[in-house]
Design a protein around this ligand. Structure first.
Ligand SMILES: [Fe+2]
Length: 312
């Protein structure tokens, strides 16, 4: 069958973050969960994966926690081409029940946390352009698949993620009876801010302290060649044992290396912290966290409010 001009254009531009016609079309149709059309990756896309993988590999061996390294081995992430999510899921699903699920863009907070509860990880399928290998403000498939997914092979970590997803439902449940709409939105905003900070300082930028030293398990670190070394070596970074009251009140900015990081002792410890987060939520201790970053996007707040309205 002859190709149309549109198909040719779609193929030639590949699946590059910020300029992928396939993604633009999915968004214009309102499709958030999408297939991963592997045939659309261009050679430049595969080259970006290979370059990112090649240069960070020695740093993983030096700075990543052993569960991550084991996950990389188990999933057999290819060096030279972007992996298919189906192949990864065939290995991952029998291990912890988790699976990577392609998305076309931003997933509002409640929906994202609810996916974790169902052991689905919303996964970006585009890859950063070759001239932006060092930093991209939005996630790409290297961050999501090479940074997050290997951790999902680890049972205790996976269970902590699922419990974290439960917390989003708890937030909806305990704010559902508030009749004053303004107060309900204010309280949910504070709770979402606390949850986002907790997620940021653990799942995204967490460190783990063990008998052999301190290692990274956070995906923001594990997918950044520059920041991974900086996080573990720089004297400019404060590294502290995690404390709940600190983490939920600590603002963060996403556009530079993190000056402050927190460590857990194990993933059982992380799971206990998620339980503590939920207890604090029920006790009202997340209702007035310190203002500041992250700004809570209108879409995030609305996703929680709508989940609550649905149950009313
Ligand atoms: Fe992430």
């Amino acid at each position: 069958m002859p190709r149309t001009a549109g198909t040719t254009e779609t193929s030639s531009r590949g699946l590059t973050t910020g300029s992928a016609p396939f993604i633009e079309q999915a968004r214009s149709r309102g499709e958030l969960f999408i297939e991963q059309p592997c045939h659309l990756y261009s050679q430049a896309n595969h080259d970006s994966w290979r370059l990112l993988h090649e240069r960070i590999r020695p740093r993983w061996e030096r700075y990543a926690n052993r569960h991550f390294l084991k996950g990389i081995e188990t999933l057999q992430l290819p060096y030279d081409q972007i992996p298919g999510l189906d192949r990864i899921n065939r290995i991952l699903r029998p291990m912890t029940g988790f699976q990577a699920k392609g998305v076309s863009g931003y997933v509002p907070a409640f929906l994202f946390f609810d996916c974790l509860r169902r052991r689905e990880f919303p996964t970006t399928i585009t890859i950063r352009p070759a001239d932006q290998l060092d930093y991209l403000s939005e996630p790409d498939i290297f961050h999501d698949v090479a940074g997050h997914v290997p951790m999902h092979t680890e049972t205790a970590f996976a269970e902590a993620l699922v419990r974290f997803g439960d917390c989003a439902h708890t937030a909806v449940e305990i704010t559902g009876s508030i009749r004053d709409e303004q107060e309900r939105a204010r309280r949910l905003t504070s709770i979402i801010r606390a949850m986002s900070r907790f997620f940021w300082f653990t799942v995204e930028f967490g460190l783990m302290r063990g008998p052999r030293g301190i290692y990274a398990y956070g995906s923001g670190l594990l997918s950044s060649y520059g920041e991974l070394e900086h996080a573990l070596e720089s004297s400019q970074v404060g590294r502290y044992p995690i404390q709940m009251e600190w983490v939920i009140n600590q603002a963060f900015e996403i556009d530079h290396y993190q000056p402050l990081l927190f460590s857990v002792d194990s993933f059982d410890h992380l799971f206990d912290l998620v339980e503590q987060l939920e207890r604090w939520m029920r006790d009202g201790r997340l209702n007035n966290v310190a203002p500041g970053e992250p700004h809570i996007d209108e879409r995030d707040l609305r996703s929680f409010l709508e989940a609550g309205d649905f149950g009313r």
